[in-house]
Design a protein around this ligand. Structure first.
Ligand code: NAX
Length: 328
């Protein structure tokens, strides 16, 4: 039988992980024939709650779940891991300044980047879900000099999936009819979901919609503010859908994207589409043989250009702020 893949997950006692860990153990991440070891990191006060989650994981008797490692020491928990899903982060409290948020998260993602650098397996792939995801990924990447930069991604797949769902609903088609969706920029309210390069049943999505007012004033803000709408409705932030998107991103990074389609991944920019190198920004990406590439040559019209530039500008400001804090 296959050697188990070691999957590290942080924030393991939190609400996203209450869905995510069970999906991984069920084989949704790496396939129904691939055993997994879960390496679960939490902060000390949450270790008791994590013990409860582990009891439930064991109670599910997942055939693919080979072993569980838990702890509050990143150097131990990240030992030999092949995949790291960095979900745990410091949420923005009431009245908290953005600078404080970046600083608190820097205190998490700088040491975790270093711990990955020093302990993870050579083939380590890192996906950051914890917010501010793009900048947290940038901090981790900059604190892991021995891991190639392209191994650090951030999650914009939930935004991508939300955009597909909203468009399918608008046009009254199945989500499977929607392809070539792109989220550009930051996982934040400035993100840009692009219908000009998306397709519906093979046809251009912006043309199929044929309603610039809906595109600009309903579609984009609905996708960008969906997180707040979930909180308003559920009384808690999106968790199962965020877990599902985290699975989607890493599964596709490992197993590849379908022919003719692409997915949105926040990856270190190589300068494509005018996004400065050194930022981790969302792009349309294809994956084959475990390696992703930014899709080249897409048309960026004037409307799209303005939206992408605004979101990338925000990423640059976040980078400058964490650089000033000495986190890069
Ligand atoms: P929870 O507050 O339920 O869980 C977070 C967990 O992380 C807690 O158990 C906490 O103890 C743990 N934690 C804190 N610091 C840690 C550290 N240094 N090491 C290990 N664990 C640590 O939050 P949850 O709803 O699970 O969300 C987790 C993160 O995902 C948040 O930052 C949230 O903003 C972010 N999200 C990102 C999304 C995306 O699309 N990129 C969407 C969903 C979600 O909002």
């Amino acid at each position: 039988s296959k050697t188990p893949v070691k999957v590290a997950v942080t924030g393991a006692a939190g609400q996203i992980c209450y869905s995510l860990l069970f999906r991984i153990a069920a084989g949704d991440l790496l396939g129904k024939d691939q055993p997994v070891d879960l390496h679960l990191l939490e902060i000390t006060p949450a270790l008791k709650a994590l013990e409860g989650v582990c009891m439930e994981l064991n109670d599910a008797a997942f055939p693919l779940l080979n072993n569980i490692v838990t702890g509050d020491d990143a150097n131990q928990v990240f030992d030999g891991v092949n995949i790291a899903l960095l979900v745990g982060a410091k949420p923005r409290g009431k009245g908290m300044e953005r600078g404080d948020l970046l600083k608190d998260n820097g205190g998490i993602f700088a040491p975790q980047g270093k711990a990955l650098n020093d302990n993870a397996a050579d083939d380590i792939r890192v996906l950051v879900t914890g917010n501010p995801a793009n900048t947290n990924a940038l901090i981790a990447m900059n604190n892991a000099p021995d891991i190639p930069n392209e191994r650090f991604n951030a999650l914009t797949r939930l935004d991508h999936n939300r955009a597909i769902s909203q468009l399918a609903e608008k046009l009254g088609v199945a989500v499977t009819e929607i392809t070539n969706m792109t989220i550009w920029g930051n996982h934040s309210a400035t993100q840009y979901p692009d219908l000009f390069n998306a397709k519906v049943g093979g046809r251009n999505a912006a043309e199929a919609v044929n309603d610039q007012d809906w595109l600009e004033n309903t579609f984009i803000p609905t996708v960008a503010k969906r997180g707040a709408a979930i909180i308003e409705a559920r009384g808690a932030s999106s968790a199962a859908s965020a877990a599902s998107a985290t699975i989607d991103h890493m599964r596709d990074w490992v197993a590849g994207t379908p022919q003719g389609d692409w997915v949105s991944m926040s990856v270190p920019s190589d300068g494509s589409y005018g996004v400065p190198e050194g930022l981790i920004s969302s792009f349309p990406c294809t994956v084959s043989n475990g390696t992703y590439e930014i899709v080249q040559g897409l048309e960026v019209n004037e409307f799209s250009r303005g939206k992408i530039d605004a979101s990338v500008q925000e990423l640059a400001e976040e980078r400058d702020a964490v650089r000033e804090l000495g986190l890069l």
